[in-house]
Write a protein that binds this ligand. Structure first.
Ligand code: MG
Length: 362
């Protein structure tokens, strides 16, 4: 690209002036198919694999890596995410990466929806900036990696026999997250309890449509040693949630109801906590904002994830010192993770200390 062409691209992108004279960045996208170790079933879908979008921000000999897992519930696909990233590639190529918060503000203005695409861009930029400055991402946010919490390991809906097998495979994880929300709920929990006494957290993924059913099931779960319930009813059923919450003893956490920072004050009267996901909100900057906002409002904070590789899971893990609960196991559920990053030791997340994301090829 000659100088004239570059200046034209720069002007059309409306980007900020670069404070360094570095060459423009190269933006690369790649759709990667992640194979699940077990068929993954929740109330929403059942699948053998998931397609995610990788974004690479290449500049000054450094490669910032980002990943987004498009969410079907929000009309996203790997293809639509890729198109969204490509639509802002000139802006990203010309922008000054050290102004990443301002760059992401422009990206949010240009792209409507496509939160996973935005997340992939945000992670790639922060990885690059961290590498350039020699600081791990948790350091960019001023967080202490020793505060990283235990992560749950998730067990999808399955036959009792397979559930028992999955629970045995999850021996290294001290807390399990169990997916329910279908007619098989009691059988699922009984299968889990037949092989372990570990604390359980349960996610109904909006599965219970009737408030009395939700109360009955949660009360039964309380007797099974369940310590938290996630999104028992559909996101829109807020008044019903108020009824349910008043009749149960364990914390009720919003997931599908809570996507963006503005949702949090609205949900505070109905839930005890929120599950923040980088793919739902569009990146680490936004997720950080949500965790801080939830804490300020006295809500419990959970950091969750989609089925993803170690790029996205490590990115989220860098924010985990801010979260009371972590459910960052998306990379543990897949058989072909191209990278290594965050590790789990005795259930606790161990963050990389290398600059940026700190991921390395597997
Ligand atoms: Mg959930």
């Amino acid at each position: 690209m000659n100088r004239r062409h570059w200046m034209k691209t720069f002007a059309s992108a409306g980007a900020l002036p670069a404070v360094t004279a570095a060459a423009p960045a190269r933006i690369e996208t790649e759709i990667v198919r992640l194979k699940l170790r077990h068929t993954w079933t929740t109330t929403m879908s059942s699948s053998e694999h998931r397609d995610v979008l990788y974004v690479r921000y290449v500049r000054d000999g450094l490669t910032g890596r980002g990943e987004g897992a498009p969410i079907v519930r929000y009309n996203e696909s790997a293809g639509s995410a890729r198109k969204a990233v490509e639509s802002v590639a000139p802006l990203l190529a010309a922008a000054e990466p050290r102004h990443f918060a301002e760059v992401m503000r422009l990206v949010f203005e240009r792209i409507s929806g496509e939160w996973a695409a935005k997340a992939a861009i945000d992670i790639a930029l922060l990885d690059w900036v961290g590498q350039k400055l020699g600081v791990p991402i948790h350091g960019l946010f001023g967080l202490d990696p020793r505060q990283a919490p235990v992560t749950t390991f998730s067990i999808g809906i399955d036959t009792p026999e397979t559930i028992r097998e999955k629970v045995r495979e999850a021996e290294a994880y001290p807390v399990l997250k169990i997916k329910v929300g279908l007619a098989s709920d009691e059988a699922v929990i009984e299968a889990v309890r037949s092989v372990t006494r570990k604390p359980l957290r349960v996610d109904a993924n909006e599965g219970w449509k009737d408030k009395e059913e939700a109360v009955r099931k949660i009360r039964w779960l309380e007797k099974q040693g369940v310590e938290m319930i996630e999104q028992p009813m559909p996101a829109a059923m807020l008044e019903e949630m108020k009824y349910v919450r008043a009749k149960v003893n364990i914390p009720v956490v919003a997931d599908e109801a809570c996507l963006h920072p503005a949702d949090i004050p609205r949900l505070a009267p109905y839930f005890d906590g929120v599950n923040v996901k980088v793919d739902k909100c569009g990146g680490l900057l936004e997720a950080h904002r949500m965790l801080e906002m939830a804490r300020a409002l006295g809500l419990k904070t959970m950091l969750g994830c989609m089925v993803s590789s170690s790029v996205a899971i490590t990115a989220a893990a860098h924010l985990s010192p801010l979260a009371g609960y972590a459910d960052l196991d998306g990379n543990l559920l897949i058989a072909n993770d191209p990278f290594r990053g965050v590790r789990v030791e005795n259930g606790r997340l161990v963050l990389p200390e290398r600059p940026g994301l700190g991921v390395t090829p597997a």
